[in-house]
Write a protein that binds this ligand. Structure first.
Ligand code: ADP
Ligand code: MG
Length: 393
């Protein structure tokens, strides 16, 4: 696996695909985490004397009206503040101005060009990995560094397209490298290796379950999907979330891996409406009411999970154990997460919501790794080959 460290980039034009897809409201960046996250790689390239050429997508471009609200210039302003250095912004994705500005760069200069998805307006050139576009962007640099993990499961012109035209001259940036290093513990985990799965629907997680069940020593299931597994095992679940179409899938998994799968033994039930959460109580599955709706794992389940986790050496966790968006229902997730942190158990969190829940608990920075990839992380956990990785390897 090549990284930016493996190349002599002094005075070379280095194309760096960043993930600057930041949230913007009323013309203001509301969270600059992604820009801050890119600084290590960018500063490294500057320090090594590269001519640093940055690019990223921002939002989606379907029609003319999307252009203005997804103008990447706003990122160049913030980036310049963070780097304490001039960042030249080029408001186009190709053409004479871009080429001239690049040719006039000096060692250590930083340039950012316009949102790569501006190319989507005319025939989705970026998102469909138009071969001419990838070739053109590749022609602008001497090396290509992919540091955008969030899009690494996509074959776009700005990652796969460029890489396939720069064979032997591409590598990963520090952010992607960190993600891949953390997620690669899956390949050879220190055991016992325990997987925690939660979230809403079984349907969304079939690939993850199939892949991880073969690797894990135990799989602890919570969240909305637990109820379909419970139903498949013959339990009453009241009006809890049921993924009818996947009951048979759950039965198969339970039959094949019955020594590995651990299901909740009690559940918090409540009424959840727009006004809030009411009638909260905890019940066992033999006393659950026919209209009860499960919203979090119960205290006995937390204890059961902790008892299994106490010996764990590696944990991968996808999907929260309850409807954590409501502060009353983050308890199960918070308790299990606190247990992992307090006992220094090597834990990787993968999934937008489980990471968001960890952030709400104030524990995101205390785990071994909280993966930022969303869809990319999920596909990695499904065991899929990710185009952005393959193209660089
Ligand atoms: P991740 O983003 O970590 O992969 P998911 O997107 O699969 O997780 O699931 C997150 C969602 O699951 C949250 O919106 C949460 O409210 C929901 N959820 C968790 N437990 C339950 C439950 N018991 N019933 C319904 N939804 C649930
Ligand atoms: Mg999610």
């Amino acid at each position: 696996m090549k990284s930016i460290r493996d190349f002599d980039i002094d005075n070379k034009k280095v194309l760096i695909r960043c993930d600057f897809n930041v949230p913007i409201k009323d013309g203001v960046i509301t969270d600059d985490t992604r820009i801050v996250g890119a600084l290590d790689t960018i500063n490294y390239a500057i320090d090594k004397g590269a001519k640093v050429i940055l690019f990223s997508h921002l939002g989606r471009i379907k029609e003319e009206a999307d252009l203005e609200k997804n103008d990447l210039k706003i990122v160049s302003t913030r980036l310049s503040e963070l780097l304490n250095k001039k960042v030249t912004f080029v408001p186009s994705t190709r053409g004479k101005e871009l080429e001239e500005k690049i040719n006039n760069m000096n060692s250590g200069d930083v340039l950012l060009f316009q949102n790569t998805r501006y190319e989507d307006l005319d025939g989705k050139k970026e998102s469909s990995n138009d071969s001419e576009l990838g070739k053109y962007w590749a022609s602008l640099g001497d090396y290509f560094i992919n540091d955008a993990f969030g899009t690494i499961h996509r074959a776009h012109a700005s990652n796969v397209g460029i890489a396939s035209n720069m064979e032997g001259r591409c590598g990963f940036g520090f952010l992607v490298e960190k993600e891949l290093n953390a997620l690669s513990i899956l390949d050879n985990p220190e055991r016992p290796f325990v997987v925690i799965l939660g979230g809403a629907k079984v349907e969304d997680k079939i690939g993850v379950i199939k892949n991880l069940v073969t690797k894990a020593d135990k799989i602890l299931i919570g969240g909305g999907m637990a109820y379909t597994f419970l139903k498949a095992s013959g339990k009453e679940i009241g009006e809890s979330l049921l993924d009818e179409g996947n009951i048979d899938f759950c039965k198969d998994i339970l039959n094949s891996y019955n020594d590995k799968i651990v299901l909740p033994i009690d559940t918090v039930v409540a009424d959840v409406t727009d006004e809030g959460v009411s009638n909260i109580k905890t019940v066992d599955f033999d006393s659950i009411g026919s209209t009860d709706k499960g919203v979090d794992v119960g205290e006995k389940t937390v204890e059961l999970f902790e008892d299994i986790l106490k010996d764990a050496k590696t944990v991968i966790w996808n999907g929260p154990l309850g409807m954590y968006e409501h502060e009353e229902l983050i308890k199960g997730t918070n308790e299990v997460l606190s247990y992992l942190v307090n006992n220094n158990i090597k834990t990787v969190l993968g999934g937008g919501d489980v990471v968001a829940a960890a952030e709400l608990c104030g524990l995101k920075d205390k785990v071994f790794h909280a993966s930022t990839g969303g869809g990319a992380t999920l596909e990695y956990l499904e065991g899929k080959e990710l185009p952005g990785i393959v193209s660089i390897k």
